[in-house]
Design a binder for this molecule. Structure first.
Ligand SMILES: [Zn+2]
Length: 334
């Protein structure tokens, strides 16, 4: 049993309270490997932003959860080495699907866990979330619950259609489970193909496809029911056209990949939405950079020569998100 405090990590409680008050959102970036983690930590330190490192079930299977936990511990030390004496880094389990998994993460030093019971009947979701909260809170680990179902595919989480969060359920859910934050469904979705082209219209100025707007009326209704309660948006990559173009230019095949416009996320970040999950965008940045090296330097075989540029591209992306979308920069004293 290791407590996250001994690793220099923090939970989300104060971080979210400040974010809601300050009208910004904390970036929650998924990580699976060293280059991603280096890019996240550098971007957070250089912009003085708090950050949430997310580990999904897929990441645990790919990289091993013990190794990821030690990497997160290393991230705190790395941030200090980069000159940030008091980094605010959360290690969070993304889409926990059972009590046992959440417990194992709490026991190994995670400072925050998500229990995703959104696919269950309502009462079962309440019971499972409550059980995780009761365990996690003994160790001051914060818990994210979810109400409503997001469309799309993320590792092993997938659903064909959204079911928007029902604002009538949120007070009951938050009160009975005691969860610290709530992921809601307002039209964001997992993956790089968030919308079908036929759902979009063409912007005459840019010729680009513009997806249907997020359901801000649902968000407003949730905020009215639970004033000041931390809200989380999953599936909030924007799928930058420059990366899609770069991937396709260098031999890839991503057709009609469409994300959430950054303007909408900017608007959400100013509200009670205090955690915005971004995963696909860094996958795209990494893939674009690697493909470019492979196409331009076919004789290259040193992984550092293509993973290095991939890391730089991800760092650029993370900084852009922090500075221009979420507004979480300059919130640390270091
Ligand atoms: Zn998610």
């Amino acid at each position: 049993m290791v407590n996250y405090k001994d690793l220099g990590l923090v939970n989300t409680r104060d971080m979210f309270a400040k974010a809601i008050k300050g009208g910004y959102a904390i970036p929650a970036f998924n990580f699976n490997n060293m280059e991603q983690l280096q890019a996240i930590v550098k971007a957070a330190v250089e912009t003085k932003s708090p950050v949430i490192l997310q580990v999904s079930k897929g990441a645990r299977n790919y990289a091993n959860q013990t190794l990821l936990r030690y990497m997160a511990e290393g991230a705190v030390e790395y941030a200090k080495e980069l000159g940030c004496e008091k980094p605010e880094i959360v290690l969070h389990l993304d889409h926990g699907d059972s009590f046992e998994l959440c417990k194992s993460c709490v026991d190994m030093g995670f400072s925050s866990v998500m229990i995703d019971g959104s696919h269950l009947p309502y009462e079962e979701n309440v019971a499972l979330t409550k059980k995780v909260v009761e365990y996690a809170h003994q160790f001051d680990v914060t818990v994210e619950g979810e109400l409503g179902v997001l469309a799309g595919v993320e590792d092993e989480v997938s659903a064909e259609h959204h079911t928007y969060t029902n604002p009538e359920e949120v007070i009951d859910f938050a009160t009975r489970t005691g969860c610290d934050s709530l992921a809601i469904s307002i039209g964001t979705s997992h993956g790089a193909y968030k919308f079908k082209p036929e759902q979009c219209h063409v912007d005459p100025a840019t010729g680009r496809l513009v997806p249907p707007p997020l359901a801000f009326d649902v968000l407003d209704a949730v905020m009215e029911k639970l004033p000041g309660f931390p809200i989380v948006l999953h599936g909030s990559s924007s799928v930058p056209q420059e990366y899609v173009d770069m991937i396709n230019q260098y031999g890839g095949k991503l057709e009609a990949a469409i994300g959430i416009p950054e303007d909408e996320l900017r608007k959400a970040a100013k509200s009670a939405v205090c955690k915005i999950n971004i995963d696909s965008d860094s996958r795209l940045a990494m893939t674009a950079a690697v493909r470019k090296v492979f196409a331009e330097k076919p004789a290259e075989f040193d992984p550092r020569k293509y993973l290095g540029p991939a890391r730089d591209e991800m760092e650029k992306l993370y900084k852009h998100k922090i500075l221009n979308v979420l507004g979480s920069d300059n919130k640390l004293s270091c």
